[in-house]
Design a protein around this ligand. Structure first.
Ligand code: ADP
Ligand code: MG
Length: 384
């Protein structure tokens, strides 16, 4: 057990690290961020910050020696340098093997297949190999995705005909990729599961997610699905956590197909954007649960404290921009701050950009529809 007062190291300095740091600090831990960028959302709210590249193994070892346990807040961290800290006393949680599976779509899909977890049909294509043949094998429509380093829909092309096949073949000529069947889903869901090194597990309520332009827009709680699907999604998440030997928090993104099947889309071994609702609407927030899980403390109660909540992402798009892309002004924060049952979270990023995640807000209401309606209205008001 790693008790309050000890130091938690975090690889990555983004908003997830920032909110993790707030939760850990509240429980009396010290947080040490390892993040190449000197100015980072997490670095500025934490006790210590090592600003060095992830590949600088000397600095990484020095960092690891100063910590009692280490975790990560994003997936695109190279795994090899982590081998250097494997034998040091501070454990990395989740272990690098989990990161390795989840950071690469090809490995992730292969892992799902090998472990009999329902997933989207796919084909793997090495760089320079016959992508067009793989597209024919999977059938149209399909989605071609880069195997490495994709996020928020970056590195994806939907293929529906010959022209888009040709576009994908040209775009992915030099990188390995995965071709997935396009799923006509009823909805997208996600489940967060925490597991301690001692093997205790707990899931958070299933979220229903609406993406716009491949970026999460709204998470709706409770998800508007039947209880059997909810139970199945939670069970899948626990099975995955156990099979991965997870110590920490993991998000499982799922599609509910039009035939009513649950298919796993992605895994993220860290707090997740779709879990931000927990900050204002669960007994324990996801960030605190992550602290508890990696420190082997008792896991917190995950029950909803409100009948319904909707989380809304605030992207740079909500700032005021001129037609030629000049920044004109900030969003109308008062529209949110003057409302009751609305909770604003901003990440302290200095520069807004369209598509960049700048913050989020949670809207509490008496049911999911009411929360979603209010959330949509408030999102519009932000831009006025
Ligand atoms: P990332 O979140 O890493 O960018 P995802 O694979 O989760 O990548 O894709 C982002 C979004 O694109 C998904 O949440 C979903 O809305 C849509 N999408 C991705 N793959 C498919 C698919 N095979 N069928 C239908 N929609 C998809
Ligand atoms: Mg995703």
């Amino acid at each position: 057990m790693i008790l309050p007062g000890k130091t938690i190291g975090v690889l990555g300095g983004g908003q997830l690290g920032r909110m993790f740091s707030h939760a850990a600090t509240r429980l009396g831990y010290r947080v040490h961020i390892y993040e190449p960028d000197r100015a980072s959302p997490a670095g500025e709210v934490s006790a210590e910050h090592t600003a060095a590249p992830y590949t600088d193994t000397e600095r990484l070892v020095e960092f690891a020696r100063a910590c009692d346990v280490i975790t990560y807040e994003f997936e695109n961290i190279p795994v090899e340098p982590l081998w250097k800290i494997e034998k040091l006393p501070a454990p990395l949680r989740p272990v690098w093997q989990v990161l390795e599976v989840c950071q690469n779509r090809m490995r992730e899909k292969t892992w799902l297949k090998r472990n009999d977890i329902p997933h989207v049909p796919f084909a793997e294509v090495e760089a320079g190999h016959d992508l067009a043949a793989a597209i024919r094998r999977i059938g149209l429509p399909c989605v071609v995705k880069t195997a490495d380093f994709g996020y928020d829909g970056k590195g994806q092309i939907k293929v529906t005909d010959d022209a888009s096949t040709a576009r994908a073949v040209a775009a992915f000529a030099k990188q390995r990729s995965v071709v997935e069947k396009y799923i006509d889903f009823k909805c997208e869901l996600s489940v967060l599961v925490a597991r301690t090194p001692s093997g205790a597990t707990k899931t958070f309520p299933v979220a229903e997610n609406i993406h716009t332009k491949h970026i999460l827009d709204f998470s709706i709680l409770p998800a508007r699905i039947n209880p059997a699907i909810r139970a199945e999604a939670e069970k899948l998440a626990v099975t995955i956590a156990e099979k991965l030997g997870l110590a920490g928090l993991l998000a499982v993104e799922l599609f509910l197909s039009d035939r009513g099947e649950l298919l796993v889309n992605e895994l993220a071994p860290r707090p997740h954007n779709s879990g931000h609702y927990t900050m204002d609407a669960c007994v324990t927030a996801q960030f605190e649960q992550h602290v508890r899980a990696i420190c082997d403390l008792p896991l917190g109660d995950t029950a909803l404290t409100a009948p319904a909540v909707v989380m809304v992402n605030i992207l740079g798009d909500s700032w005021k921009w001129s037609a030629d892309g000049k920044l004109l002004g900030a969003p109308n924060w008062n529209a949110l701050l003057s409302e009751s049952g609305v909770h604003l979270h901003l990440y302290g990023k200095s520069e807004p950009r369209p598509g960049r995640k700048m913050g989020h807000f949670n809207v509490i209401a008496s049911d999911a529809e009411a929360a979603l309606n209010r959330a949509r209205q408030l999102k519009e008001k932000l831009r006025q």
